[in-house]
Write a protein that binds this ligand. Sequence first.
Ligand code: SAH
Length: 256
Amino acid sequence: MPKQEYDPAHLNVRIVLVAPQGARNLGAIARVMKNFDLSELWLVAPECSPEDEEARHMAVHAADVLEGARIVPTLSQAVADCTRVVGTTARIRTVGDPPLSPAEGARWLGAGEGTAAYVFGPEDRGLSNEELAYCQRTVQIPTGAAYSSLNLAQAVGICAYALFLDSEPPPPVTYSEPMPETEALEGFYAHLERALLEIGYLQPHTAQRKLEKFRRLFNRANLTAQEVALLRGVLRQIGWASTQNRDRQLPLTPDT
Ligand code: SAH
């Protein structure tokens, strides 16, 4: 039965599949997306084609979702213009914040402006840590302990259903200022890495682990676009001050 008094206009969530392998899964995902009013499907370096006969067969009346699928080579391109990115994982990870349930994930995704992305991993390996680094939140579908890994299309179905249930208009103002797009956030992280290497806080061989900790910190902070600009101003000044010190051959101390 269609849900009543439902306004999908605000529900601007794209489904992103990283390196999907099964054409039948693609078709089943297109179908369940349409069931729950989602239409934007992005495929990152897919290993199967949305034009495959099996995909079309499984999609039944959702061929339009398959036909509209965008194909891009990298996850970074699929989420560049998104203001919120949620990754999904079957495994409990030992690092980072505890994952959200699909209902909590839906609430978080629905609470901001702009486009959001719900990212799913390949059937055999799931999302890598590098891919999860693009995500400000993770969602784990609770399962029995014996087998936590769902079929990809079923995982998308459960998350899409939770989005659909939660798709009442969000409270008037959750974030009072615009959120940064992923491209801006990634620019900030790259700048942070350069600046911290420059001043010797990071060493090339341990930089990655430290940067992951910074990512977790900033992800928790829900930075606004203005705050990202503010932090980049600080980084620019650090870069400038460290060049000055180097030119003057002075040690970098607070009173120089
Ligand atoms: N062996 C992989 C399983 C990949 S299943 C692993 O352990 O991670 C393919 C994709 O389906 C996952 O990347 C995720 O996007 C989704 N998925 C499967 N089970 C899930 C669960 N319990 N919670 C959230 N997403 C799940």
